[in-house]
Design a protein around this ligand. Sequence first.
Ligand code: SAM
Length: 329
Amino acid sequence: MAPNVDRYNRKITYLRVSVTDRCNLRCLYCKPVRDLKLLDHASILSYEEILKIIRAATGLGMKKVRLTGGEPLLRRNFVLLVESVCRIPEIEDVSITTNGVLLEKMARPLFEAGVRRINVSLDTLNPLKYAKITRRECFDAVWKGLQVAEAVGFLPIKVNVVVIRGLNDNELLRFADLSVRKPYHIRFIEYMPIGRNNNWTTERYVSSDEIRSKLESLGPLHKIPHFIHDGPAERYRFESAKGEIGFISPISHHFCPSCNRLRLTADGKLRPCLFADNEVDIKTPLRNGCSQKDLREVFQQAVASKPRRHHAEILEKREGLRPMSTIGG
Ligand code: SAM
């Protein structure tokens, strides 16, 4: 069996790297306001260490990297890391997930560093509601950031919307309309029960099927064929829309059989599944001076321990108690 193929015959080619656990927002479904101890700087991987790990991963067939957090744009000299990752020849696709608060200033330098694909998280188009969800008044900054990203040439610009009943499920049609007017890929993400205090309840959860049937009141949604870098989103488009609609359904239609990911946490753990807390420590061997070959073996261990599927929808079987902000979404 190839070293990046797991026990269930999935080929692991995608690494999501969390570069920090810090965030400038406090989204009520993501980051607990209390009881969250921040990592001390010494325990966070340096850029040099992250690059060594990514290079070792390419030796196992890793081809795609997403830089995330916490909020990645908060980390000092983040553009330098992006530039270095974009220069690794084996990495065919580099993307960033950001809350967009600092994007207005950073969009151009990031583009010039070589990245073309960006995901911006924005759960509401109402500034007051934005402040309620994120506990910060940054809507205008994010909106400006999106305009600059568009002007600079990012393609695609994906807008991540976590749908929560009673909070933003009355804005689905406004987001759909945005996908018609703007070249944005609006991606509705099912609210996931992850972390200890993320306020998830079955009543607040809205399935992708329900979201789609509400959107169809606007007109037919045309399915877009699946392409190689699409990931788990089911893609659709309204007639003559500039942008698209995507549905990401980790709960109602879990995509575990096609999962090709590993996550690297800011404190140097390889996490085989978002929803399971078994992690493989790669920082200690790295700091003890191990070889690239040893690092690849640590990767193989993480690949081998990927579970067949998650059971996040079954409360009694729930794992994944580390907050999302410290894992890297
Ligand atoms: N700070 C960046 C951002 O806001 O995009 C990157 C990190 S954030 C943890 C990555 C993504 O995870 C965001 O799109 C966020 O909405 C999503 N996320 C966090 N908690 C979630 C949850 N419980 N269910 C679904 N998505 C969640």
